[in-house]
Ligand binder design. Structure first.
Ligand code: ADP
Ligand code: 5GP
Length: 221
């Protein structure tokens, strides 16, 4: 048979082979800048979709339900856990956060990569489930003083919430060895360039290229 069961090339990017989607995880202590990097990445990468988590924490000023998070109460969160609707979930800052699985399946089926802003517990669980598809990037702040300054200048959290986030930061940083890449977000453009480079290289990994066998067959026929 001459016809390939599946196209070899990626319709959205004909210079590349069809490939498995990348599950791209960004973690950092709160305030180090991962949402800033995530926003820039989404604006710059049409093939990347954002995983929108569900959380029981209150909405911050400026956040939009369904865009930043699905804000749910504890009862609804528990129902979602019981109904196995989460790919992973964890307790963070006394609240619950989880990744609804349906949106991930939809994005991957549509040929997209998926960006996750989740903590080390989420990265660990996702890696258990999806192993080789997962790329884990940890972002360090340049210093704890600068982290405090960013949390304060963001102006979205009360002083006691900022204290709690600072208290947790050292613990989060201690999980750096559960990540594939680490970056320091000192200059935001430099950090963003690093993240873009990682994504570009990971997309090109041979192990993700599902169109490769068909191409080699044709090439060597
Ligand atoms: P996170 O998502 O990790 O909690 P944010 O992206 O909300 O952090 O960033 C926290 C604050 O720090 C925001 O006000 C953001 O504009 C600012 N910020 C992010 N990156 C930098 C940087 N490289 N230099 C200075 N300020 C930054
Ligand atoms: P924030 O309250 O600042 O938005 O997020 C607090 C922390 O929860 C961040 O470290 C963020 O990455 C993490 N987080 C957000 N959503 C999820 C999720 O779905 N799962 C897990 N495990 N962590 C999450």
């Amino acid at each position: 048979m001459d016809a390939d069961p599946e196209p070899i090339r990626d319709a959205a990017d004909p210079h590349h082979f069809r490939r498995r989607g990348v599950l791209f995880v960004l973690s950092s202590p709160s305030g180090a800048g991962k949402s800033t990097i995530a926003r820039k990445l989404l604006a710059d990468e049409p093939e990347l979709g954002m995983s929108v988590s569900a959380t029981t924490r209150p909405m911050r000023p400026g956040e939009i339900d369904g865009r930043d998070y699905h804000f749910v109460d504890l009862e609804e969160f528990r129902r979602m856990v019981a109904d196995d609707e989460f790919l992973e979930w964890a307790h963070v800052f006394g609240q619950r956060y989880g990744t609804p699985r349906a949106q991930i399946e939809t994005m991957l089926a549509a040929g997209k990569d998926v960006l996750f802003d989740i903590d080390w517990q989420g990265a660990q669980q996702l890696f258990q489930i999806a192993g080789g598809d997962v790329v884990r990037v940890f972002i360090f702040p340049p210093s704890m003083e600068e982290l405090h300054r960013r949390l304060t200048s963001r102006g979205t959290d009360a002083a006691e919430v900022i204290d709690a986030r600072m208290a947790r930061a050292a613990n989060e940083v201690s999980h750096w060895d559960g990540y594939d890449y680490v970056l320091v977000n000192d200059d935001v453009d430099a950090c963003f360039a690093g993240v873009k480079t990682i994504l570009a290289a990971e997309r090109l990994k041979r192990s993700r290229q599902t169109g490769l066998i068909g191409f080699i067959r044709k090439l060597t026929r």
